[in-house]
Design a binder for this molecule. Structure first.
Ligand SMILES: [Zn+2]
Length: 476
C-alpha cells in the first residue's frame, strides 16, 4: 500500500513561505570554507543548524575536527551529527549534506547580493548556497517540521551528517566517517546524499555512478635558468618542445586515449545498463547550448552520455612555467610542468592506471632522444563509484519521485566526483543513493546561483516521501 502522504504534502505547501525564510537565513550566513577570514561565519552556520535541529527535537552533536592541515592556526569547522528518532521498529537512514559554500562577491558578476536570498518573478531563488547545498540540507529539516505540524508519524530514524568543509576538500571528514562507521552511523541501513543536480531542468533523476580522477604532472627540465631565443635558440634542447611532443601523444582529437592498457580495464556495457540510457531526457541541443559551441565529439546522445559517465576521458589542463601572457616574449622556459588528468570508471584500478601512464610517458619521452630530464608523477587520485540502481534504496526513491513529480526518474551518472559518496559506501558497507533537488541550470559554483522555488518545495516533499518509501520497501 502506498504511504499516506497527503497531510505531509499539504503542510509543505502551507509552510512554504516559512521554509523559504529559513533558507534566506541560511544564505545570509556567508559560510565560505576556503576563506580563512570567513571561518567564524562557517562556525556560525553550524550553530544555526544546531539550533534549528534542536528546536525540532533532534539530538545534535558538533564534532570538532582539529586544525586545518594547510593552515595549522585555524580550527576546522565542526561536523554536525544529528539524530531524529530512536524507534527500534523503524529503519534508520543516514543522510549527508554540507553547510559551507563557494566564495561569492557581487563584483564577480552577480545580479543580486550573493548572500541575500532574492526570489525573482520567475520563482528563481538566487543566492550563494541556495542549491549547493543549503537548500537540500534544510530540505531534511523542513520535512521533519512538516510531519510535526501535520501530526504525521515520521517514518524512519534519521541520522544526519552535515559538514562545513566540502568546498575545500572535505578536510578531516573521511577519518570521522571511518571512526563513526561502527558508532554513530552503526544503525544506518542505507545512505542518501542530496548534493547534485538533475541532468536537465524538467525531469528528476537518481544518480548511481561517479567517475574518479587521477591527476598527473609531467616535468621536463634542461637549462639552469630561462633563456632568450635570440641568444640560445638553436643551441639548447628545449624542455617546452619535448613536453608538447609528449603531451600530444596522450589523446587524439576525438578524445581517444592513446595509452595502451587503459581501454582494456573498462567494464563492458551490459544490456541492462544500455537500456537505462534510452529514456533519458537529454538532447544534443542542450549540450551545444551549455558548451556554447557545436564542437561535440559525437552527434549521438547515447554515445555522448556514455563518454561523459561510463568511459574514461583524458584532459590536458595546462603548463606551469610556460609563457602564457599576451604578446611575443622570446623566452625559452628552463623547466615546464604539463598537467593532465584521467577521469576513471569501473573497473579501472588507480595503481595500475598510474603504472600504465608512467610507463607510456617515459616511452614517449625516450623516443625523442632528448638530453633533457623528465619526471612524471600523480598529483592526486580518487576512485570512481557506482551503485546498483536496482537496490531497494533506489527503488524506494524512484517511487517517491513518481509520487511527487508524476514521472519515472532518469537513472544518471556524473562525469565528476563526489568523494564522500565512496567514503560512506566503504565505511558503512551500505548502499548510497544520490537524490538531487536542484536542476542543471542552478549554477552551483558560478555567479547567480539559484534554486527554483518549485524544486525546493517539491524537493522537500520528495525527501520526505523517499523516507516513507524507503521505510517499507522490501529489502532484496
Ligand atoms: Zn555541494
Amino acid at each position: 500500500m502506498a504511504p499516506q502522504l497527503e497531510s505531509f504534502f499539504k503542510q509543505v505547501d502551507d509552510l512554504s513561505d516559512h521554509f523559504i525564510e529559513r533558507l534566506g537565513k541560511a544564505v545570509a550566513i556567508p559560510s565560505v570554507s576556503s576563506d580563512a577570514a570567513r571561518r567564524p561565519d562557517v562556525v556560525r552556520m553550524a550553530h544555526f543548524l544546531e539550533a534549528e535541529l534542536k528546536a525540532l527535537g533532534a539530538e545534535v552533536e558538533l564534532r570538532p575536527l582539529g586544525k586545518q592541515p594547510d593552515n595549522p592556526s585555524l580550527d576546522l569547522p565542526p561536523v554536525i551529527l544529528a539524530r531524529y528518532g530512536r524507534d527500534d521498529d523503524k529503519r534508520t537512514i543516514l543522510v549527508y549534506g554540507h553547510y559551507d559554500v563557494q566564495p561569492a562577491e557581487k563584483s564577480d558578476g552577480w545580479n543580486t547580493e550573493p548572500f541575500e536570498l532574492v526570489v525573482d518573478k520567475d520563482g528563481r531563488m538566487l543566492g550563494r548556497g541556495s542549491t549547493d547545498d543549503k537548500g537540500p540540507v534544510l530540505g531534511w529539516l523542513n520535512a521533519i517540521e512538516a510531519h510535526q505540524v501535520a501530526g504525521a508519524d515520521f517514518p524512519v530514524n534519521l541520522l544526519m551528517c552535515f559538514e562545513g568543509m566540502e568546498e575545500y576538500g572535505s578536510e578531516g571528514l573521511d577519518a570521522l566517517i571511518e571512526a563513526e562507521a561502527k558508532l554513530f552511523f552503526k544503525d544506518a541501513e542505507a545512505v542518501c546524499i542530496s548534493d547534485n543536480y538533475w541532468l536537465g531542468t524538467e525531469k528528476p533523476c537518481l544518480t548511481y555512478g561517479l567517475r574518479g580522477c587521477n591527476y598527473y604532472s609531467i616535468e621536463v627540465s634542461g637549462p639552469a635558468a630561462d633563456l632568450h631565443s635570440g641568444v640560445f635558440g638553436g643551441t639548447a634542447q628545449e624542455p617546452m618542445t619535448d613536453l608538447t611532443r609528449v603531451l600530444a601523444t596522450l589523446v587524439d582529437t576525438n578524445g581517444v586515449i592513446q595509452i595502451p592498457g587503459i581501454a582494456e580495464q573498462v567494464a563492458p556495457v551490459t544490456e541492462d545498463e544500455a537500456t537505462l540510457y534510452d529514456s533519458i531526457s537529454f538532447t544534443m541541443e542542450t549540450l551545444h547550448q551549455s558548451l556554447g559551441s557545436k564542437t561535440t565529439i559525437s552527434e549521438d546522445k547515447k554515445k555522448t552520455l556514455m563518454a561523459r559517465w561510463r568511459f574514461p576521458s583524458l584532459s590536458i589542463h595546462g603548463v606551469e612555467g610556460a609563457f602564457s601572457a599576451p604578446g611575443a616574449k622570446t623566452v625559452i622556459p628552463a623547466k615546464v610542468i604539463g598537467k593532465f588528468s584521467i577521469r576513471t570508471v569501473p573497473d579501472m584500478e588507480i595503481d595500475k592506471t598510474n603504472e600504465l601512464v608512467f610507463k607510456y610517458v617515459k616511452e614517449q619521452f625516450a623516443k625523442l632522444d632528448s638530453k633533457n630530464t623528465l619526471k612524471v608523477g600523480a598529483l592526486h587520485t580518487g576512485n570512481w563509484w557506482v551503485a546498483s540502481p536496482k537496490h531497494w534504496n533506489f527503488s524506494a526513491a524512484a517511487k517517491a519521485v513518481e509520487r511527487v513529480w508524476g514521472v519515472e526518474p532518469d537513472y544518471t551518472r556524473e562525469g565528476g566526483s563526489i568523494p564522500v559518496t565512496l567514503t560512506f559506501e566503504q565505511a558503512t558497507g551500505k548502499n548510497v543513493l544520490l537524490l538531487p533537488m536542484g536542476s542543471s541550470t542552478d549554477g552551483a559554483h558560478s555567479i547567480n546561483e539559484k534554486l527554483d522555488k518549485r524544486n525546493y518545495i517539491e524537493g522537500i516533499k520528495l525527501l520526505g516521501a523517499y523516507l516513507h518509501y524507503v521505510a517499507v520497501e522490501p529489502m532484496q
